[in-house]
Ligand binder design. Sequence first.
Ligand code: AKG
Ligand code: FE2
Length: 984
Amino acid sequence: MLRTTVIKSAYRARQLSSPFSNAISIYNRRSPSAQSPRFSTTTASKPSISTLSGQTIILLSAASLISGFAGYSLANRHDTEAVPRKPQYGSREDCTRAVEELKKTFADDEDAVSTNADDLYSHGFSVNDHHPGTSHTVVMYPTCTDDVVKIVKIATKYRIPIIPYSGGTSLEGQFRGYSSGGICLDMSRMNKIIEIHEADSDLVCQPGVCWSDINDTLHDQGIPLFFPLDPAPTATIGGMLSTGCSGTNAVRYGTGKAEWFLNATVVLPSGEVIKTRRRSRKSSAGFDTTKLFIGAEGTLGIVTEVTIRLTPVLPTTVAVVHFPDVRKATEAVREVMLSGVGIQCVELMDDLCMHALNKYGQSENSWPEKDTLLFKFQGHDQASLSESGRVVEEIVARHGGFGFKFAKDDQQAADLWSTRKNALYACLALVNGSRAWSTDVCVPVSKLSELVYETKKDLASTGIVAPIAGHAGDGNFHASLLIRNEEELRIAKDVVSRMVHRAIALDGTCTGEHGVGIGKKEYLVEELGAGTTLLVSSIPGSYILMILRMARRTDLMKVSKDIHYGYAFNSDHEVLKERSERRRTQGARDALFKDSIELYRNFNVQSVKNSVFGDARQRGSTEFRFQQPSLTWVPVKELPEWPSNVEAHPLLVIDYQLLKAGDETEINRLWEAGTNLGFWYLKNHGAEQDFVAMWGMGEEVFKLPLEEKMKYEQGDEGLSFGYKAVGHYIVDAAGNPDPVEGVNVAKDDALSYPKVSRREYPTVINELMGPVVTPFVEKCVDISNTMIGIFNDKLGLPEGALAKLHGRNDFSASETRTIKAPANLTPGKLAIGGHTDFGTLSLLVNNLGGLQVLPPGTSEWSYVRPLPGHMICNVGDTLTMFSGGLLNSNIHRVVPPPGSQSKHDRWSQVYFTRPADNAPLLPLLESPIISEAFNKLSPERQASLSPGVTSWDWFTRRQKNYRTKNHKGADTWAANRGTEHGRA
Ligand SMILES: O=C(O)CCC(=O)C(=O)O
Ligand SMILES: [Fe+2]
């Protein structure tokens, strides 16, 4: 390692001092501390950075070193003899020791190590795909190859997998955390361009630098060269190399292969540093070692420096043309490609895509909603561009192309091209409350029409909305399957699987450019054959985990002061704040772009005024203008920190994705939480923004005139659906009125909308039902059902027993509850009196503290602190009853937020899962586990757990006795009580 550094630095020094060299050494102006004195800066560049959403790079499981080698996704192999051993990773204790050593090793660099929960979460989880996510144990921020070596050596010592993280646009779940713990290596501080060699048309850089920033830098310096590989705008070089990336320019320039990556410096699992080649354009000295690391998705080593090849910038222009169907369009592409005209890109957008662009795109144009091709021509001058245009116009006409539009000037060309750039985001907005499963396949160009045609037919038969856009010139296309719930996710899985088999049968590949990740592993043997797969897997020191990373858009939303909506959580970690800030600026362009589309999709945004679609350097404030109904968001502002002198009760943090994946340890931890305090944090649940959106809905309701709101009041008969004015509930035996405003929506209404199931709501709620309330309910139902299923099994109940009592389509008191407690409540005043929740499970998000629990066996209330990205979940009475008292419905209440937090409005969003109205409330004694536990209880407790009434009667009795109007004295308070009776 040392030797490499010395040689390299001497080499650079010579270059810099040589009068014949035009090498330029460039550093990132924003990271002066990271500049090494030995590379004196001659030119400060514009920042060339990316963290949040570029391609991902590397995953390295250091443990493989110890276990010999590990296989590259051989899970599906039948030939069991050939299956390499799985790496044996260190235990959680080993992980803890590794983190200690990392902290000690990097003690003098306070930015190098983070164990902040939010940081761990945002690096291991992604909202942009459907794969389960897991937090890492620690996130490391190396600045140089030496740092990486140190980290790798520690990882190897404790057998901890490393999951490096650079940009993170990856779509196949490549950068997830590892269940037994892992080290995430965030390459964002290795974001420098080191040398530009104009005369050689190449450039040396670190892996965290973004390709579009490289091109901006070259442009700014008047260097007429560029790097033509163009995946997502914030993809970074390390990730691009590691996934063998491509983009729209692949037709002309090919993909991310060794012709573009001339050499790479790589840290191997042993900690040894190698450089794959010198800088000469060609070499026949042995193996093309660089290529080994291309597309390896980080399974072989960590790339810490790369030399990329550049190419001259040539004039281009753009044309668009529409077709009656996709077959005709792809046939035209084939003929155009054979004509030999100067084509840089050929992009296909299907009819659905064009519809999305008309609806949500930013273009002035209104397009025919037909399968469409977009050509980018390349030529030496206007005449040659025009000539190419003429030839293509003739060809496409022969294939039924119509509306051929050739850009008159650069401005028009840029406008037309932005259509393609906006396509993905516009498509994502098509289905309210959906997530996209974006995936790609690639076939020989002549087979593309068949593949697209068959896939569209298949998609249509499933009812899943899935616009298709792709690189028609390469036979590569992307389908974005827009899915709203678990059922559609299941259908989508099958569709994707059929699409992949279809592509492979056409002599194609399961992925043209997204990579394998964890999403496409299962197809490798089918595509490559067992022999090739085994060969790859048996490269000594090869690593198995395919885990990519991607930025969480919400992470950005939380910290961005530029976005005037959402809410801000606070962190007591200064380090995190700084990092968030850094990430905010680095990933701003891409993330804001996505944010704005999210708003289009969900909130009828009329326009987004800022630089998201423009120059990354002018990242000003963002203004969103909303169509009716206008949403005034709970503004992002610096909410005060959790006061350092206030203790909060610790809760177990449960990882929802691990629960879903059936992780036994996590399931046991959920059981532990449920049977003890009955409260826990839930992370990686993917519904954070849905909770926030509900506050937006609440704000819209609360600002209506009181008279209007009172038309939708819950009433005093025991119903809780609808509006609740301040003072209408009591908070104690004395009958003191509550100070909070609230609004509840029945699950039954949210799921049946526009059909009214239980009651009518204010117009603003109706308008927000589709974009906000229904998706919120759907997500909460899914999340709740997952946990109910787990409790069912742990309770020893027959499969589906609890689920049957909570049927999605059975009428129940399940509901959303949005609560706003005003700022500056009198200290000591109760916002919500002490109670147990009526139903089975409650899912809760707060913006500020105030919730308190009375832990079993104590008489002191303890705060529960809201944590960013985490819900607070708790067991309610009906689950306690069904479980014969095994699961604990704990008493809790809400007081004014602690410290200076009390100066702010407190928002709270709950989803209550309650049993079907007619479900009888009795312990489910058919389970031996439950009956054994129940038999041990005191008669009084047994009676309290066996009311024998229906869920609906239980609920209305309790609800009725909370109403101020019904309060007749302390007896009324007692009459609203739940399972508190008979507790030990
Ligand atoms: O606002 C909170 O934090 C808790 C709300 C609650 O306990 C309830 O609505 O049942
Ligand atoms: Fe509650």
